[in-house]
Write a protein that binds this ligand. Sequence first.
Ligand code: UD1
Length: 422
Amino acid sequence: MVDGFKIEGGHPLNGVIEVSGAKNAALPIVIATLVEKGEYVLHNVPDLKDIRVLFHLLEDFGMKVEKIGDNSYRIINDGFKRNEASYEIVKQMRASFLVMGPMIANLKESVVSLPGGCAIGSRPVDIHLKGFEALGAEITQIRGYVHVVSENLKGADIAMSFPSVGATQNLLMAAVKIHGTTRIINAAKEPEVVDLGRFLIKMGAKIEGLGTNTITIEGVEKLNATEYSIMPDRIEAGTYVIASILTEGDLKIKNANIEELGVFKNNLESMGVEFEREGDILIVKADKDKLKPAKIVTMPHPGFPTDMQAQMMLLLAMIKGHSEVEETVFENRFMHVPEFNRMGTNISIRHGIANIEGVDKIYGTNVMASDLRAGAALVVAGLIADGETTLSRIYHIDRGYDKLEEKLKKVGARIERIKLNV
Ligand code: UD1
């Protein structure tokens, strides 16, 4: 038996929904506590399956993790007790490959399992490994594991072939303690990379150029453990913006940092959506029937975020006229299209572009979450569908959305967690 959601559509959402700490910033920042010994305190850590998996990995390395408040944790790093990150853990969560950066900075030899693929693409780690080699690491791959000998490392110029978020974070965590100057050229500019950088700077790291194409790091001998609060989750915020427009109630969003979603906000504004702020509350004003269709292309930040693609596609599928969505970041990230179409949308994929003809209404049925963001989009689809939707494989959603159904229930959604056979 696995968990699923039963959603009764057609109830408008009203009230304030609050955004949690960002999964994609919390993961690298929790991993960054491995960079230096000491006692850390982290706040605004979202309560997620992925974070719990990561805490196990830290404990496996000999670190102590203690919950000290609703979303606060103390992490004590007494030094690595082992130098291997096993397949058992890395296969559960790709981001755990980021432990390689802190391991290389601290250990002469380390072993990390290669992550597998996932539903949205094969997701190799070649850019990470080339970067570590440029810093002087000797890397061999044997039986699905990466073995690294990291003696005599030295700062270097690393030109990345693509601005990979994970590779930029991994290299940052290694370079802060490696002697000399490292320049990451064609670095990822995502706000979560910047948040990790801010955390490392608070520890005493010398980093310049965060949020630009080139990040320069001056290695230091010793850093200091620190206290830090994780940034709010911009993808969760964006998901609620889409829910707010589609459910046509009066849903307001607390801590919605949508300015950090690159062109997402501009795209919505040119479609006819307006945004207002009252303190830390975001108000979304839109008349769905008057919104204009759009052409969206996902790109690295500040382009349209791939993690908002499924939710945006759902919005476009409900707007009169012809829209298009092109995915350029992950090769296989249209798995939600057949699920949306089961509910009555009119989307066809040709040459890697989703062609969308807007419909007035969709219908509840049985659907399946193929990945985290697709799952969230299907929850929103269930909220606006005529009748009842049963969504399976919600373990994807539990990996990345903190208390989603509780938050939605508080603002009027009819959503229940149920047990399913598949
Ligand atoms: C991170 C986010 C994920 C988001 C993605 C893109 C986390 C935990 N996850 O994933 O939610 O969708 O950024 O914004 O923060 N690539 C290579 N070789 C590499 C590394 C990446 O070819 O060594 C490719 C990937 O297969 C993919 C593209 O580059 O097609 C983007 O990957 P990357 O930016 O590294 O994403 P992640 O860090 O895995």
